[in-house]
Design a protein around this ligand. Structure first.
Ligand SMILES: NC(=O)c1ccc[n+]([C@@H]2O[C@H](COP(=O)([O-])OP(=O)(O)OC[C@H]3O[C@@H](n4cnc5c(N)ncnc54)[C@H](O)[C@@H]3O)[C@@H](O)[C@H]2O)c1
Ligand SMILES: [Zn+2]
Length: 364
């Protein structure tokens, strides 16, 4: 499947996403054409290089000149400005100029850091993404958000820099640990909840196939998620309206990550956040109880937490929600599911009601 996201009023910018079970094989042919004579500098997640580097070289990926492959020890703590500087210096010493391009190979950390570097390297060079985690394939490689963390919070420095092309091969997921697959599935469930009832039914009925990394099942969930995200990004690239729908489960999700010192994983926190949003919506008379049950059941089947640990205080969650950069003004604002496949934005949620929901789901 090929998805083109057309951006800007003049439609001058296009970001393309290619998803295929044999995408790895096609990169040697597709990428040089897209590079149009630019020299490629590859930023590989070191762990992914260890698992897939040899295969990629064997498939003829245009990684000519060993010094053009730069290994990056990808982990959330390394998603910081110092890493960007280090990678930039390695690019300079390897001879990268304004006529170069960056190809990021790895998960969301690698994509965010490499994308950020591409957006500022010599005032900006093109970026290509080859995402290798499910989370990166369904979420972070699409939409052009790049960035790094500060000790004060995640993604506080960043840019919008659309990748020229994104090459997605579900085959990479063969080596992905189950726990990481689950993090990506939380974003897939989110996409389905936001706007794709057909994807929802597929996810509900295809647990074994997806968990077993069946290429067709994976291609289907990845394609549907990318399509949904692309449509939203095309309508609202810089998140002034429609793109906020993608934050379903993230207001509380981010708060849970923060108050647990990032010991809980992002997708898991988003799953709990979606259940909180679902319960809030049910109490407001929007979401049907039976649909909330379906959300809880799907998340539980994947082993995602659907309750808040009692040691986490509601007050701490509220404080973290208020500090979230995504808030608007002083009111608590949430994306809430209205039904499976449709969300609405609420900007005046009552504090008391929110606390009741947090407590009903286990918070202290
Ligand atoms: N830019 C965006 O729009 C956006 C959206 C969502 C998330 N993000 C960011 O994405 C990051 C999380 O991404 P992630 O979950 O991919 O994390 P990650 O990049 O840290 O990858 C998770 C782990 O999987 C390993 N890995 C990667 N591919 C593998 C493979 N094929 N086989 C085996 N192991 C593999 C990595 O080495 C790492 O240890 C966060 O920093 C988050 O802020 C960005
Ligand atoms: Zn997310």
């Amino acid at each position: 499947m090929k998805i083109a996201i057309t951006l800007g009023e003049t439609s001058a910018r296009v970001s393309e996403i290619m998803i295929a079970p044999d995408m790895m094989e096609r990169i040697a042919e597709v990428l040089p054409k897209a590079l149009g004579g630019r020299s490629a500098y590859w930023i590989w997640d070191e762990a992914v290089w260890g698992l897939w580097g040899e295969k990629a070289a064997g498939l003829g990926w245009p990684m000519d000149g060993g010094n053009r492959v730069i290994a990056f020890t990808a982990s959330e703590p390394e998603k910081r400005l110092a890493s960007v500087e280090l990678l930039a210096r390695r690019m300079v010493s390897a001879g990268a100029g304004r006529d170069s391009a960056i190809i990021a190979v790895g998960g969301g950390v690698t994509g965010d850091v490499a994308g950020f570097l591409a957006s500022i390297y010599m005032r900006g060079i093109p970026c290509f993404q080859i995402p290798t985690t499910l989370l990166a394939q369904v979420d972070s490689s699409v939409g052009g958000k790049t960035g790094v963390d500060l000790p004060e919070g995640k993604n506080l420095l960043g840019t919008f820099h659309q990748p020229r092309q994104v090459y997605i091969d579900p085959g990479f997921l063969a080596t992905l640990p189950d726990e990481e697959l689950r993090q990506g599935m939380a974003e897939v469930i989110k996409s389905a909840m936001i706007g794709d009832e057909v994807l929802w039914k597929f996810v509900e009925s295809s647990f074994e196939a997806i968990k077993g990394r069946e290429p067709n099942a994976l291609s289907r969930v990845i394609s549907a998620s990318c399509l949904l995200k692309s449509r939203i990004v095309q309508a609202d690239e810089k998140e002034s309206g429609a793109r906020r729908a993608l934050n379903l489960g993230h207001t509380v999700g981010h708060a849970l990550e923060k108050v647990t010192g990032f010991r809980l994983k992002h997708g898991d926190c988003v799953a709990t956040g979606m259940v909180v949003a679902g319960e809030l919506s049910r109490r407001l008379g929007k979401l049907h109880a039976e649909e909330l049950d379906r959300l809880v059941n799907v998340c539980q089947a994947w082993g995602m937490p659907v309750r808040i640990p009692a040691r986490i205080e509601s007050a701490a969650i509220i404080e973290a929600v208020k500090a979230d950069k995504k808030r608007i003004g002083d009111k608590l604002h949430f994306i809430l599911p209205e039904r499976i496949g449709k969300v609405v934005e609420f900007t005046d949620i009552d504090h008391g009601q929110f606390v009741e929901v947090l407590k009903s789901l286990g918070a202290g």
